[in-house]
Design a protein around this ligand. Sequence first.
Ligand code: MG
Length: 205
Amino acid sequence: MLDMDGTVLDLAYDNYMWRQHVPRLYAAQNGLEPEAARDALFAKFKSMQGSLDWYCLDHWSNELGLDIAKLHRDENHRIGYLPGAEKFLQTVRELDIRVILVTNSHGDTLTIKDEVTGVTEYFDEVYTSHRFGHAKESQDFWHALAKEEDFDPKTTLFVDDTARVLRSAEDYGVSMLLQVTHPDTTSDPRKDSEFAGVTGVRDLL
Ligand SMILES: [Mg+2]
């Protein structure tokens, strides 16, 4: 089980969109200083963190009065794999290992990212939290996933870059957990991880 953003795809794109591009346009639209717009937006983001709406483009389009999906598409040249991640997926694809994508990504962003990278081609199945109505941070997500995907938590490896998601998987009983410590190539790698860490999935080869 692999997460998408920050695990196989470079989180630099998402961080650029949410930390720079969207705040800049929000400031311009509302006649705010860039700093004030960022502060206001980051407070909004923080209050929603980990909820399904936090990952929902429709929610943010309504909340901010911007066409968030269009903004993502306009910047799609910034979408890309993490170093060695596509090679990893190609390798796993050729082995007798079932590999599934388990993502909090909204359907629109998944589509946009898939158009650029073809990432879903490498997976036997793709599950989004929006399909279940619960983010991976919630136990409800894992129970809903287990109804559709027959997996043994004792023999399933789950790789994600977000500690609170890994904690949720751990609570559900997934015993093999790995945390990606360099999810964004434009930032420094994290020095430590709460779970066993790999710089990127390429290390697993
Ligand atoms: Mg992630």
